[in-house]
Ligand binder design. Structure first.
Ligand SMILES: Cc1ncc(COP(=O)(O)O)c(C=O)c1O
Length: 315
C-alpha cells in the first residue's frame, strides 16, 4: 500500500488502519455505485474523514512544539470532537470555539459528546461573535490555530493519501476505476486533497464531484484550487517530485437546501435508506451527498462506476 508518509518528509502519526473497505452499494441506483467506508478509519473514540486529517495535524502540532490546538465549528462539529479525543490521546489540549447551529437529535448528541470530551468549550451565538473573540482566545491559550474542519494544507494531505489508497485498490482489483468520485464539501480539505491526489495517483479519468453542504464558508473552484495549491506547495517543499498544478472538481450547491446544518427531505430519505443498508450516514454531510448521487443518477447524468466516500465516523 502506497502511503504518502513514505514518499515525503513530513511528520505523521498513525491513527487508523488502511485501506478502508470498499464494496458495491445496492441502493437502487441505475449506475454502478461503490462505497469506500471511511467510518472504519480511526482506532479511537471517533472515526471518518476527520481522523485522517488528524494523522497529519497532530504530528505537525508536535513538530511546532504546540501543546494546544484551537479550532472552530458548529455545536455539532465532528471535527471538534475528533480533535478533542485524538488530541487528548496524543498530549494535546483542544480549545473549541463553537457557533450555534440548528438543534436536532444528532447535534444534541454531538454536543453532549463534546462536553464529555475534555475539550475547553467556548460558545458563541454567531460566527461574527466568534471572530470578535478570536484575539482573546489566541492570547489566553497561545494555541496553534487550525481552521474549521481541519481544512489547512496539512489536513488536506490526508486526502492526497486517500487518493493514493484508492489507486492501489483499483490496481489490486478491489474496485473498478471510478468515473465519478463523490464527496460532501463542508470545509474543503477533503475535496482539495482528493483533487490533488487523483492527479498524483494517475487517476486522470476520475471526475471529482464535491457536493457543497456549507454556505458559511467560501467553497468554490478558486478557494478549493487555492487550498490544493498550498497543499501541493507543501508537498513540493517536502521533497515530492512532479506535484500536479492543475486540479479539477465540480462543486454543485444544488443539494445544500436552506443552508449548513439544515436537513433536506432528499438528504433525510437517503439517511433512512443507507442506515437500513448498514452504512453510517447523517443529514448534514453524507445524506446530502447521497441525495446528489440519487438525483443525478435518475437524470442519467452520473457516469459510472461511481465511488462515494462515506466520510461519517460515529462510534
Ligand atoms: C461526515 C463528514 N463528511 C464530510 C465532511 C466534509 O469534509 P471537509 O470539511 O473536508 O470538506 C465533514 C466535515 O466537514 C464531515 O463531518
Amino acid at each position: 500500500m502506497t502511503r504518502l508518509a513514505d514518499l515525503v518528509d513530513l511528520p505523521h502519526v498513525r491513527l487508523g488502519a488502511v485501506p478502508t473497505p470498499v464494496r458495491r452499494l445496492e441502493l437502487g441506483h441505475r449506475a454502478e455505485v461503490w462505497v469506500k467506508d471511511e467510518s472504519a478509519f480511526g482506532d479511537g473514540g471517533w472515526g471518518g474523514n476527520k481522523v485522517r486529517k488528524l494523522e497529519w495535524i497532530i504530528a505537525e502540532a508536535h513538530r511546532r512544539g504546540s501543546t494546544t490546538l484551537l479550532t472552530v465549528g458548529g455545536i455539532g462539529t465532528h471535527w471538534g470532537l475528533a480533535c478533542a479525543l485524538y488530541g487528548r490521546e496524543h498530549g494535546l489540549r483542544t480549545v473549541l470555539g463553537l457557533v450555534d447551529q440548528p438543534l436536532d437529535d444528532h447535534v444534541r448528541d454531538q454536543l453532549r459528546r463534546l462536553e464529555a470530551s475534555g475539550a475547553v468549550l467556548h460558545r458563541y451565538r454567531s460566527s461574527n461573535r466568534l471572530r470578535l473573540a478570536a484575539p482573546y482566545l489566541m492570547a489566553r491559550y497561545r494555541p496553534w490555530y487550525v481552521p474549521a474542519g481541519g481544512s489547512h494544507p496539512v489536513g488536506a494531505l490526508a486526502y492526497v493519501d486517500v487518493a493514493l489508497e484508492i489507486a492501489d485498490q483499483v490496481a489490486a482489483g478491489a474496485l473498478p476505476e471510478p468515473a465519478t468520485l463523490v464527496v460532501p464539501v463542508g470545509s474543503g480539505g477533503t475535496v482539495a486533497g482528493l483533487a490533488l491526489g487523483l492527479r498524483l495517483a494517475g487517476l486522470d479519468r476520475t471526475r471529482l464531484l464535491g457536493v457543497v453542504v456549507n454556505d458559511l464558508l467560501r467553497l468554490d473552484r478558486p478557494s478549493i484550487a487555492r487550498l490544493a495549491g498550498r497543499t501541493g506547495a507543501l508537498l513540493a517543499r517536502a521533497g515530492l517530485a512532479r506535484v500536479p498544478t492543475a486540479v479539477e472538481a465540480d462543486l454543485p450547491r444544488d443539494w445544500l437546501g436552506e443552508g449548513y446544518g439544515v436537513p433536506t427531505p432528499a438528504g433525510s430519505a437517503e439517511v433512512a435508506r443507507a442506515t437500513e443498508a448498514g452504512i453510517p450516514v447523517e443529514p448534514v454531510y453524507t445524506g446530502k451527498a447521497l441525495a446528489a448521487v440519487r438525483e443525478l443518477d435518475a437524470r442519467g447524468e452520473l457516469a459510472g462506476p461511481v465511488l462515494w466516500l462515506a466520510t461519517h465516523g460515529p462510534r
